[in-house]
Design a protein around this ligand. Sequence first.
Ligand SMILES: Nc1nc(=O)c2c([nH]1)NC[C@@H]1CN(c3ccc(C(=O)N[C@@H](CCC(=O)O)C(=O)O)cc3)C=[N+]21
Length: 287
Amino acid sequence: MTAKVIDGNALSKQLRAEVTTRAAALTARGHQPGLAVILVGEDPASAVYVRNKVKACEDSGLLSVFDKYEATLSEAALLARIAALNADPAIHGILVQMPLPKHIDSGKVIEAIATHKDVDGYSVLSAGELMAGLPGFRPCTPYGCMKLIESTGVSLKGKHAVVIGRSNTVGKPMALLLLQANATVTVCHSGTPDLAYHTRQADVVVAAVGRRNTLTGDMVKPGAVVIDVGINRNDEGKLCGDVDFASVSEVASHLTPVPGGVGPMTITMLLVNTVEAAERAATQADA
Ligand SMILES: Nc1nc(=O)c2c([nH]1)NC[C@@H]1CN(c3ccc(C(=O)N[C@@H](CCC(=O)O)C(=O)O)cc3)C=[N+]21
């Protein structure tokens, strides 16, 4: 079997067309959606992602405000900037690119963002809303993974999903979203003694570890759907995921590539969350 490649760029294009339509309708009502993106320091990978986010906003007719600061920016100055953006009616979403320099407490920064502008879904309240099944902003990467799985037409109901990784931004929220979709969910991590034992039973595997070749073809059940969240570099410096694409594509039914899979969907769901935030604000303003 050769797996179907799940095209994250194509799905993004579809979803971004909907975002563009919704943004245009808001703009016509005098409520153009606005996203503020804050980058602190010079990390080259972060600079690429942030540039992609700002460009995606422009392409879909969202206003983007991009703040780039030196790595020496004080925590107090960053918190003051967030307070100003919280109060700015033209801004509906605030994203502070992670990681932040060590002298800044990222937890404190995330909690400083007004919940109704937390389009990353990183705050404790957003996490609680997801946990409780309440409306709120879902973290963009796992949200995008759900859309990629949906796009295969494979139902999650009653299926066994294995998540590899337990981060607050991907693994944990991913497990909750899969659970909400009625999958039976196993979460594996660096302390799991026999990873392959679990992944071989999975109808869906989401790999979010940050280590290449974590999942190989011999670890996958025939016909499984495999979502690769990893962003790594191979020995030649080429971008690659956590999944050994060649061997897994011989076994899986559907598989996301890196690049062109989860990455573009992360940005797309950020746009979706921002338009959602703007729609809520516009409804309140017009009420
Ligand atoms: N507050 C915050 N929110 C984030 O959502 C966030 C963050 N911080 N810090 C870093 C991670 C990483 N991330 C990516 C977004 C897009 C691509 C992406 O577009 N990837 C392209 C390739 C890009 C390339 O060529 O390097 C692809 O996979 O096709 C990748 C990674 C968002 N993150």
